[in-house]
Design a binder for this molecule. Structure first.
Ligand code: ADP
Length: 234
């Protein structure tokens, strides 16, 4: 039996006495898109940080393609194909757009990439020689995604990509993510904007207070009393 792309198993992450992740388990297959939603402070970004290797979990395990990756940090995971985008991208503003992507590639898998030319793929080729600091915030989000794609990811973690994009940009970027997934890349999309998630996937996890409280489609979530109570502050 081939392993899952990702197995998150009973993960716990504490900050002092506070459990930001409290026994979180789920799996992801190659080419699958999974949405993670939930109120502010529910642990979504912490989960991305634990999977990407920024934080070590205090309990449980993260396995990637069947291997426990707990001994690997950010760079080690990037080299094996786990990469991410950031809620607030921080490109090297004085470097050009192309240089930013080249630098990211350096930390990647050095393998054949599903997306050969991330800048062209995301419509940034014309700006390749611009200083990254000249890009609009929406373009900086695309550059951040281009940098993640340049590492040749097998698992792409996307944190709040849609925020700050207009509806047309949002539609374009979601089409791109669907195309990336069709190349076999597993994608986890953390989002506030439920419409964006709904366009990408029917499989959504809802988090609250560090726990997964629901798994299913957004439509089902809308009728789940626990989820409704959380979203209405009940
Ligand atoms: P979300 O992404 O769902 O908004 P986060 O994962 O950012 O939630 O945060 C979950 C909880 O963990 C929040 O209460 C937050 O204050 C806390 N937290 C996150 N990162 C840290 C950290 N580095 N140090 C202390 N507390 C943190």
């Amino acid at each position: 039996m081939s392993p899952n792309l990702l197995d998150v198993d009973h993960v716990i992450k504490r900050f002092g006495g506070f459990k930001a992740l409290n026994d979180v388990s789920f799996t992801l297959a190659e080419g699958e898109i999974l949405g993670i939603v939930g109120p502010n402070g529910s642990g979504k970004t912490t989960l991305i940080n634990v999977i990407s290797g920024l934080y070590a979990p205090d309990g449980g395990s993260v396995r990637f393609r069947g291997y426990d990756v707990r001994h690997l940090g950010l760079t080690g995971r990037s080299r094996r194909g786990i990469n991410r985008t950031f809620q607030i991208p921080k490109p090297f503003r004085q470097l050009t757009v192309a240089q930013n992507v080249a630098l990211a590639r350096h930390y990647g898998r050095h393998a054949s990439m599903p997306i050969e030319d991330p800048l062209a793929f995301l419509g940034l080729a014309e700006m390749a020689d611009w200083e990254a600091g000249r890009l609009t915030s929406a373009q900086q989000k695309l550059l951040d995604l281009a940098r993640a794609l340049a590492t040749g990811p097998r698992l792409l973690l996307v944190d709040e990509l849609a925020a700050g994009l207009n509806p047309q940009e949002m539609h374009q970027v979601s089409e791109k993510l669907l195309e990336v997934a069709r190349q076999g890349v597993g994608i986890i999309v953390v989002e506030h904007l439920l419409g964006f998630v709904n366009h990408l996937t029917r499989r959504v996890l809802v988090m609250n207070a560090g726990q997964l409280i629901f798994e299913g489609s957004l439509a089902e979530a809308a009728h789940d009393p626990t989820v409704v109570a959380v979203y209405l502050g009940g």
